[in-house]
Ligand binder design. Structure first.
Ligand code: UDX
Length: 446
């Protein structure tokens, strides 16, 4: 099929490249000429594992190209995906980019005589595709939805760092559509994803599935953190043991007929830690709470999910000040700056409030992250931070170490700490190190 994708950000570019890999003819549209040139030269404007290889391959085979010309891209395709940003300002998600895209698509469709399907891929609150996108296209094109064009909604479930695998080998494909023809075109788009569960819904349900999925995972994390925080107040209980017990519930980790237990990756969201971050969980949960408010419903549970997460970095700080009440002049090492391993993304990372607070206390901060240093330099532009290029350097001559991100590199930190005399305090935000293996250990849930 001929596919145009509006917006060459994270979702748009990964979707475009993967659809080209699935042998569709894809054109990615972006306003940013620099981005467009990069894509056409096989250079991904964002970092994502495996993206460069797939992008280069599909640019070379001419199945993928990028352009700034939206109108041509729409007119020369059968289906247009809207994958522009939907920033959240604390009250509502900002639909202005979606609205501009819908208007421009509508203007192009004035001159198109065949049926065209417009699919919202951006994360938007329920009702947006039918009540915002569809009427804008109708008014800009003078055409009728369901007759001349169709509007669909196809949420993405991509994890940063694993986006290519998540797209190529999805767990589900949700196809929202306002009419049968739109569903049929979407099914054709995904026809090569054999064996994957496809769920056909209306547009609002598809929009809600995305929010419900992310809210569930965020809720599991905050639930685990709240239980972990309580465990740490009780002598003799460790949250790691508690959650090992919870994971053994056969409804969480099923026992198969051969007696073997399946441990779903979902269990990793049921572990206490120093809090979630990223571009999706915080934004989507807050946006759903705000949406509930607009519908006159208080989202008590999800409100609390965010409250627990906001307070979680403080749990790390409490463990530090328990041992070092006066931090002025002390040297503290922060290990991990990205919101999770496998990415350089620092958005909403628990490292941000922790480093800011350490700075306020007059600490000297040493920081190490295998790939996020460049991002951190932008976030902490006005802060005096000593960035270290090696893990060993980051924990040299420090009073305490705060472990924030679950990078594999940190697994051996116990050994490095044991080589020091005296051993610095470790505050383990991800419970990566055996608590009995070093002299001064503190961790979430201990
Ligand atoms: C998430 C969803 O997983 C994805 O389906 C959706 O499309 C976008 O949002 P992402 O933000 O990339 O993806 O990250 P994810 O790997 O889910 O991690 C989000 C947060 O949860 C991170 O702060 C991370 O530290 C935490 N997390 C993640 C856990 O606590 N345990 C895990 O096993 C994985």
């Amino acid at each position: 099929m001929k596919v145009s994708v509006l917006g060459s950000g994270y979702v748009g570019l990964v979707s475009g490249v993967c659809l080209a890999e699935k042998e569709h003819d894809v054109v990615c549209v972006d306003l940013d000429l620099d981005k467009v040139n990069k894509i056409n030269n096989g250079i991904p404007p964002i970092y994502e594992a495996g993206l460069e290889e797939l992008l280069t391959k599909n640019v070379e085979s001419r199945r993928l190209k990028a352009t700034t010309e939206l109108r041509d891209a729409v007119l020369n395709s059968d289906i247009t995906l809207i994958a522009v940003g939907t920033p959240f300002d604390g009250e509502v998600i900002d639909l202005s980019y979606v609205e501009v895209a819908a208007r421009q698509i509508g203007e192009a469709l004035k001159d198109k005589n065949s049926y065209h399907v417009v699919v919202v891929k951006s994360t938007v609150v329920p009702g947006t595709s039918d009540e915002v996108v569809l009427p804008i296209i109708e008014s800009a094109s003078g055409k009728k939805a369901g007759v001349d064009f169709g509007v669909g909604m196809n949420p993405e479930f991509l994890r940063e760092g694993e986006a290519i695998i998540d797209f190529m080998y999805p767990d589900r494909i949700v196809l929202g559509g306002g009419d049968e023809r739109t569903h049929a075109v979407l099914e054709q788009l995904y026809s090569s994803f054999a064996g994957v569960d496809i769920l056909k819904t209306n547009n609002s349900t598809a929009e809600m599935i995305k929010y419900a999925s992310n809210s569930l995972l965020a809720t599991m994390i905050s639930f685990s953190n709240e239980i972990g925080n309580l465990c740490s107040l009780i002598e003799g209980i460790d949250a790691v043991d508690v959650f090992n017990g919870v994971h053994l519930d056969k409804r969480v980790s099923p026992i198969m007929n051969d007696g073997k237990r399946v441990v779903p990756s979902l269990t990793s969201y049921l572990e206490a830690g120093c809090g979630f971050g990223g571009s999706c969980f915080p934004k989507d949960v807050k946006a759903l709470v705000a949406y509930g408010k607009r519908k006159n419903m208080r989202m008590n549970l999800l409100d609390s999910v965010m409250a627990v997460n906001r307070d979680q970095p403080q749990q790390m700080i409490n463990r530090l000040t328990k041992h070092i009440p006066d931090l002025a002049g002390k040297t503290i090492s922060v290990l991990g700056l990205a919101f999770k391993p496998g990415t350089d993304d620092m958005r909403e990372s628990p490292a941000i409030p922790i480093i800011m607070w350490l700075h306020e206390q007059g600490c000297k901060v040493k920081a190490y992250d295998p790939i996020a240093q460049h991002e951190a330099e932008a976030v902490f532009e006005h802060y005096d931070i000593e960035y270290c290029s090696k893990l060993s350097e980051a924990i040299d001559d420090v009073d305490a170490i705060m472990l924030i991100t679950r990078w594999d590199d940190f697994k051996n930190i116990g050994q490095l700490i044991r080589e020091k005399n005296p051993q610095p305090l470790l505050v383990d935000g991800r419970r990566m190190i055996d608590k009995n293996s070093i002299e001064n250990y503190e961790g979430i849930g201990v």
